[in-house]
Ligand binder design. Structure first.
Ligand code: AP5
Ligand code: MG
Ligand code: ZN
Length: 217
């Protein structure tokens, strides 16, 4: 099964992708995590992406598309969840072109209002080793990653002024993709303003219903 997660910054794409990956035994490809990995490694790609990310801007399509399609190629015929890609119409079209024989099955759009997203992102901590996100508001004071014991840090682009720039940069593409994937009858909208468990339940149910509709998968 091939799933795309859509949603504005902080909607819960990373949180829910990890759950879908585990529940459905899929590979996980996260564009943001890949860029951050490249930055930590000090690669040329990482340095290029850094200037866009710290200002809340999208990294140019050509760079992003090549990076993700390489990852998709590595997964081969197995299923995957894409977190944070595509984010523009050109990225979606490039993905469809690359997946002519094994197309995307389901696109989960997690919808949350911007006020709540701003609160979530300014409250979030991330594991430096595995990238898992944590909410201080939900979990209380936390020091280390519950999954791998890694150190937690605050993302540079989670400052309120950069979060607002991210919303602005992401909204036009998000609207285009919502209509692009509705046109392909692949879009499922999930109310992200519920608990993590409730969002997962809806996302899992929606993706399994999509598979029932496509029994050849
Ligand atoms: P990326 O890392 O993908 O950032 P983003 O889209 O802005 O989204 P986030 O990772 O901030 O949020 P999320 O939806 O994953 O939410 P999370 O699960 O962490 O991209 C970063 C940058 O890379 C971009 O700005 C851009 O520069 C570049 N980039 C990446 N992809 C690109 C592309 N395709 N094209 C061009 N540029 C690209 O949850 C957020 C918080 O809320 C956490 O603390 C979590 O614990 C909490 N939470 C989650 N669910 C709930 C819930 N149901 N209730 C309460 N709290 C919740
Ligand atoms: Mg994320
Ligand atoms: Zn970790």
């Amino acid at each position: 099964m091939r799933i795309v997660m859509l949603g504005l910054a902080g909607a819960g794409k990373g949180t829910q992708s990890q759950i879908l990956k585990d529940e459905l035994s899929l590979s996980l490809l996260s564009s943001g995590d890949l860029f951050r990995h490249h930055q930590n490694e000090g690669t040329e790609l990482g340095m290029l992406a850094k200037n866009y990310m710290k200002n809340g801007q999208l990294v140019p399509d050509e760079i992003t598309i090549n990076m993700i399609l390489d990852g998709v190629n590595d997964v081969g015929s197995g299923g995957f969840v894409l977190d944070g890609f595509p984010r523009t119409l050109s990225q979606a079209e490039a993905l469809d072109k690359a997946l002519t024989h094994d197309p995307i099955d389901c696109v989960v759009y997690i919808r949350v209002n911007e006020g709540e997203l701003l609160i979530r992102l300014t409250d979030r901590l991330i594991c430096r080793s595995c990238g898992a996100p944590y909410s201080k508001r939900i979990l209380g004071p936390i020091k280390d990653c519950g999954k791998c014991g890694g150190q937690l840090y605050k993302r540079e682009d989670d400052k309120p002024e950069v979060v607002k720039k991210r919303f602005k940069a992401q909204l036009p593409g998000l609207h285009q993709l919502v209509s692009y994937y509705s046109g392909q009858s692949k879009l499922v909208e999930v109310n992200g303003d519920q608990s993590v468990a409730e969002v997962s339940r809806e996302a899992l149910q929606a993706s399994s219903e999509m598979m029932v509709g496509n029994p050849s998968k």
